[in-house]
Design a binder for this molecule. Structure first.
Ligand SMILES: [Zn+2]
Length: 140
């Protein structure tokens, strides 16, 4: 019989990740984009498949896409991104390295198809004014 495949540290990280599907950073970005007057879609399928990496916000007419990344999960080069769990450090660093590699690949794939991508990190959503400026500069 199989017991829980996750230990306590993994479990809580998984729960954080699950919860992050509709996290505040994403909601902040959506609100800022709306405030700027841009319409967006949450999903978009092209030729019967999702866009590479399933961006969080898609601007179809502009061929632009925004990713909102959690700093820990995607290995951002910031204080929170650098915080490594003590338990299963190898497991997490491998997982985060895979995420980073995939993020990079996905942006390249979008670019190859004529899309522009912007990544907004969780830590960049704290200051509403800076966030709004970045989004405006990207979307205009
Ligand atoms: Zn960060």
């Amino acid at each position: 019989m199989r017991t829980d495949v996750f230990d306590a540290a993994q479990r809580s990280a998984v729960m954080r990740a699950v919860k992050s599907t509709n996290t505040k950073p994403e909601l902040k970005v959506r609100a800022a984009v709306r405030a700027l007057g841009f319409g967006y879609r949450l999903t978009f399928r092209l030729g019967g498949r999702d866009l590479p990496g399933k961006p969080d916000l898609v601007f179809v007419g502009k061929r632009k896409a925004i990713f909102v990344h959690g700093c820990f999960w995607h290995g951002h080069d910031c204080k929170r991104g650098a915080r490594a769990p003590k338990a299963n450090a190898e497991y997490w660093s491998a997982k985060i390295a895979r995420n980073r590699a995939r993020d990079k690949r996905v942006v390249g794939e979008l670019k190859a198809e004529g899309w522009k991508a912007l990544t907004i990190w969780e830590c960049e959503t704290r200051d509403a004014e800076t966030l709004s400026k970045r989004l405006g500069a990207f979307l205009r």
